[in-house]
Design a binder for this molecule. Structure first.
Ligand code: NAD
Length: 267
């Protein structure tokens, strides 16, 4: 059976950990050639090694099934070079998963969050997504179309009572930006959707929720009563970037255990 991404070329940012790592493995298993990008060079090289192990390819294949590209998504020249590398190695770009993001431990409420934390969060979570879209859209025009997924968060859909103001604002910007891009490029065969994960059992959140009390304060809001897994987000992203989602654009695709639909949750 051909994979759901057979013949496609995908870039995934934040590919060294969590959602990006799982998506890299899954997209490759579904037949894509994957350009794995992350600021953490050593870890993203490990992602590519895992892909080779999983799909039975080697780094010497021409072209290789996956490549690792060190990239800070907040730096425009690095994102430009990332997309150029995908086109040079594989000849085109079909899929862009702008997934890299941070939630800084010093990100807090309106009174306590320092401007440098705000600026850092915005430059990675918002400008990083914009740069990814900017160069991917240009490449997708050359390719006759493509699919973009930008990782936002459930906190862009409902208010979070535990403050992380810069993060929340940044993810709201991702939703608004993605929706507008979806409209502007709809007739160019370029689809743009946002993925809105609920709280996940990945380092990004678990490093921060380091006590049972902190975990419970969040879990009480999740109807399913558990944190999500990165692979559950990767599967949703797979659907959105695949041809199965050919009429899906401009959505805020929530994968959140029911969190954003909840008024009251079970005791
Ligand atoms: P993670 O921390 O496990 O992985 C994030 C990856 O992004 C890391 O490998 C990191 O090195 C990379 N990264 C950070 N800054 C970068 C930069 N400037 N350039 C390139 N790469 C960079 O986190 P995750 O949980 O997999 O999160 C992925 C996305 O999902 C993020 O956008 C995050 O905001 C979003 N999200 C996560 C949760 C959650 O509960 N974990 C919930 C909602 C949304």
């Amino acid at each position: 059976m051909p994979g759901r991404l057979e013949g496609k070329v995908a870039i995934i940012t934040g590919a060294a950990s969590g959602i990006g790592l799982e998506a890299s493995l899954l997209f490759a298993q579904e037949g894509a050639r994957v350009v794995c990008a992350d600021i953490n060079q050593e870890a993203v090289i490990r992602t590519v090694a895992k892909i080779h192990e999983l799909v039975g390819t080697t780094a010497d294949d021409q072209p290789p099934r996956a490549i690792a590209v060190p990239c800070d998504v907040s730096r425009e020249e690095q994102v430009k070079a990332l997309v150029e590398q995908a086109e040079t190695v594989y000849g085109k770009l079909d899929i862009m998963f702008n997934n890299a993001g941070i939630m800084h431990p010093a990100d807090d409420n309106a009174l306590t969050t320092e401007e440098r934390i705000w600026d850092l969060t915005m430059s990675i979570n918002v400008k990083g997504v914009w740069f990814g879209c900017k160069y991917a859209i240009a490449a997708m025009r050359r390719n006759g179309g493509g699919a973009i997924v930008n990782t936002a968060s459930f906190v862009a859909l409902v208010g979070a009572a535990t403050p992380q103001l810069a993060y929340t604002a940044s993810k709201g910007a991702v939703l608004a930006m993605s929706r507008e891009l979806a409209m502007v490029h709809a007739r160019e065969n370029i689809r743009v959707n946002s993925l809105c994960p609920g709280p996940l059992r990945t380092p990004l959140l678990m490093d921060f929720l380091d006590t049972p009390e902190k975990k419970e304060r969040r879990l009480v809001h999740v109807p399913m009563g558990r944190f999500g897994e990165a692979i559950e987000q990767a599967r949703a992203a797979l659907f959105l970037v695949s041809d199965e989602a050919s009429y899906v654009t401009g959505t805020d695709f929530a994968v959140d255990g029911g969190l954003t639909g909840a008024y009251v949750t079970p005791e």
